[in-house]
Design a protein around this ligand. Structure first.
Ligand code: GLV
Ligand code: MN
Ligand code: MN
Length: 398
C-alpha cells in the first residue's frame, strides 16, 4: 500500500509542521490543493469536473445516477492538522486503486469528491460547498459572505477563476449520488478506548456559530477613569465565563475561539469586540437554551458597562442521525464495527438530509483535532483504506 507516498504528496501544501495547515477557501493554498486533486484524478484516468458550487468530482465510470460517492474536504482550520479532511480524499483515491488492482468492475459509477470550504475558516460558514449543493445555503447569502479583510466569497471565487453567479442547489449533481460515504479521522478517543481501528458514525450533534458584537467607546487606557469607561472587553470576558458555565450546566459545549478587537491597541480601550461562539449539544433544544442563556448573560454584562451587544446567528446545523440502512450495511461489510456519535460537523451530515449518507472513522490515538498535533497511525489509515474499498465494492457491485 502506497499510503505514505500518496500522503506525502499533500504534505507541503498550505503550511504544515508546528504551525499547522492554513488551507482556506479560494486562496493560493486551496488552488494548489485543487491542482493536486486534478492530478490524482488524471493519474487514474478519472474524468474531473468542478461543479457549480466549487466542489471537485473525479469519476471512475460514466457520471450518472446511482453513483457511489466518497471523499471529504481538503481545506483546514487555521493551524489545522493534516488528517481532518485530506484523510478522506487520499483514502478514496487509494481505495479505488485497491479495487482496480483486484480487478473489480463496478456496476455503478464511483466518484471521489472534494467539498469546497468545509471548515468555513475564511468566510465563517462551514460546509459551504455541500450546503450550496443541497440548497441549505442560498446563493445570495453565500456570495455576500465576507472574510476578515472584507473580501466577499463572490470576489474570492472570481479571483480564482470560478463563477459565483452559477452557485445554487444542483439537482443534476444530487441526482447522481446513490450514496455518499465520507471517511474521516476520528476527532475523539472513542475508537482507541474500544480498541477498534475503524468505526461508523451514528449521529452528529446539532451545532452552530453565533457572532456576538459588543459596541463600546474607544478611549485612552491611561487617562480614562474606570467609572467613565464603556469597555466592551469587560462584558465579553464575562460572557466567555458564562458560556463555560452554561456548557457545564446543560451538558453541551460552548467555545469562543475567535475574537476581533477594534482598534486593537494595547493602550486604548476597545471600541468594539466581535467574538464568535461555537455551541453544540446532543439535542437542538439544549443548543437553543444554551445560546439563549449565553445571550442573556452577555446582555446583563453589557448593561453593567453601558455597552451595547448584538448576537447574530451565522450558521445553524440540525441534529443528524445517519440512516440505519446504509450504516448497518457498511458495518456488515466490515464484519461489524462500533457506531459512534460525534460533535464535529461534516459534509456527510449536510448531505444526509438529501441523499443516503454515512461516515467511517479512523482511530485517532490522542483524540486531538483542529490542531497540528492531530494524528492517526499509518497502519490504521491503511486499515481505513481497505475498509473503504470493501464498502465501495459492496455498494457499487452488489
Ligand atoms: C468542523 O470540523 C466542525 O465541526 O466545526
Ligand atoms: Mn474540521
Ligand atoms: Mn473534516
Amino acid at each position: 500500500m502506497a499510503f505514505e507516498r500518496e500522503w506525502g504528496t499533500l504534505a507541503g501544501i498550505g503550511g504544515g509542521g508546528a504551525g499547522g495547515y492554513h488551507r482556506f477557501a479560494w486562496t493560493p493554498a486551496d488552488l494548489a490543493l485543487r491542482a493536486w486533486f486534478r492530478e490524482q484524478a488524471a493519474r487514474r484516468d478519472m474524468a474531473c469536473e468542478q461543479d457549480r458550487n466549487g466542489n471537485l468530482w473525479a469519476w471512475w465510470g460514466t457520471p450518472g445516477p446511482g453513483a457511489v460517492v466518497t471523499g471529504s474536504h481538503l481545506d483546514s482550520v487555521p493551524g489545522g492538522g493534516a488528517f481532518d479532511g485530506p484523510l478522506g480524499v487520499v483514502s478514496a483515491f487509494l481505495a479505488i486503486d485497491v479495487l482496480r488492482e483486484r480487478g473489480v468492475e463496478p456496476a455503478r459509477p464511483i466518484a471521489v469528491v472534494d467539498f469546497a470550504d468545509e471548515e468555513g475558516a475564511r468566510f465563517g460558514v462551514a460546509c459551504v460547498g455541500s450546503r450550496l449543493l443541497t440548497g441549505v445555503l442560498t446563493p445570495d447569502d453565500a456570495r455576500a459572505l465576507r472574510d476578515g479583510d472584507g473580501v466577499t466569497l463572490a470576489e474570492a471565487m472570481r479571483a480564482a477563476d470560478a463563477d459565483p453567479d452559477a452557485l445554487g442547489r444542483d439537482e443534476r449533481a444530487l441526482e447522481r449520488i446513490g450514496s455518499f460515504v465520507e471517511m474521516h479521522v476520528e476527532q475523539g478517543r472513542a475508537l482507541d478506548d474500544l480498541g477498534a481501528r475503524v468505526g461508523v458514525a451514528s449521529a452528529i450533534w446539532p451545532h452552530g456559530r453565533w457572532r456576538c458584537t459588543f459596541h463600546g467607546v474607544a478611549d485612552h487606557a491611561g487617562t480614562t477613569r474606570l467609572a467613565d469607561r464603556h469597555d466592551p472587553m469587560q462584558p465579553f470576558a464575562s460572557t466567555v465565563l458564562a458560556a463555560r458555565g452554561m456548557a457545564e450546566r446543560f451538558g453541551g459545549l460552548a467555545t469562543f475561539g475567535k475574537v476581533r478587537v477594534e482598534p486593537g491597541a494595547t493602550n486604548a480601550i476597545p471600541s468594539r469586540v466581535d467574538a464568535w461562539l461555537d455551541c453544540r449539544a446532543p439535542d437542538e433544544t439544549t443548543v437553543t437554551r444554551m445560546v439563549k442563556e449565553i445571550g442573556a448573560a452577555a446582555r446583563r454584562a453589557a448593561g453593567l458597562h453601558d455597552v451595547r451587544v448584538e448576537v447574530v446567528t451565522e450558521s445553524s446545523t440540525p441534529l443528524v442521525e445517519f440512516g440505519d440502512a446504509l450504516r448497518d450495511r457498511i458495518s456488515a461489510a466490515l464484519g461489524g464495527v462500533p457506531a459512534l456519535p460525534t460533535g464535529a460537523g461534516h459534509d456527510a451530515g449536510v448531505l444526509s438530509a438529501s441523499v443516503p449518507a454515512a461516515m467511517l472513522f479512523v482511530r485517532n490515538p490522542t483524540g486531538v483535532s483542529h490542531s497540528p498535533a492531530e494524528h492517526a497511525e499509518t497502519g490504521d489509515c491503511v486499515t481505513g483504506v481497505f475498509a473503504l474499498a470493501a464498502v465501495l465494492e459492496d455498494l457499487a457491485c452488489r
